[in-house]
Write a protein that binds this ligand. Sequence first.
Ligand code: SAM
Length: 285
Amino acid sequence: MTDNKTLDVPTLYIVPTPIGNLGDITQRALDVLSSVDVIAAEDTRHTGRLLSHFNIQTKTFALHDHNEQHKAQALVDKLLSGLSIALVSDAGTPLISDPGYHLVTQCRQAGVKVTPLPGACAVITALSASGLPSDRFSFEGFFPAKSKGRKDKLMEIAQVERTCIFYESPHRITDSLQDMLEILGPEREVVLARELTKTFETIQGMPLGELIEWVEADTNRKRGEMVLLVHGQREKKAEALPEEALRTLGILTKELPLKRAAAATAEIYNLKKNALYKWGLENLD
Ligand code: SAM
């Protein structure tokens, strides 16, 4: 579809929908949603409200995490028979922490054209206003739900120099920020972007220690949909040792000579033992 009037058939259209502000739907998204034969929606009732707001009558079909693998082939068959389908999720861009991966993969394997529409996406919206470096970034999906998983993830990203971005749930924000403090330390710049495009949109960035105090000062700051953005490690790798590894080194040196404590810590955290040894010489008694 190049002139917004004629649909290419068969095609699967990937159609982003607003992440809060309905004014963020694009004209092209409205044209595609009005013109396709069927809309595959994560939640047909949720999408139904969006469609009725824009007076779109296209029928919908449920495609969510629990049935996608099973239903994708049926949708590919419909496409191959000559139908056009739009894929939407509840909000934002399908496939970005949302269903659609299996359908898109199977369409491409079957030679069905997949046409993506640009549009709302919380990760990009948050990054664009965060003030953090945007030349290199990685989207890490939802922050792990359990503390062990979070700490493992944080150890993995502790020394990377790019901006790392997570989706987060309001129920876990306090625990997650505490885990971040433990692994990344209080100086790491972190941005909390919540309720983007909505009435109570808030984008607050500060060193982690201060951000935790700011969040705890008002329960409203823990509410709503949120994105966490972590500034990449600023210093060179050798100097940038994770806080938790340094704590472990401190504990081990009470029982072992520094050289052996540094070697053991290096093995546990997959770090360079010389860097730990050097840090120990400079910082431990
Ligand atoms: N596909 C969506 C996208 O393109 O951003 C993301 C879907 S994911 C299931 C939902 C998560 O995205 C939320 O828990 C939150 O972390 C983030 N999110 C979605 N809308 C948001 C908003 N308006 N403000 C901040 N974060 C948002």
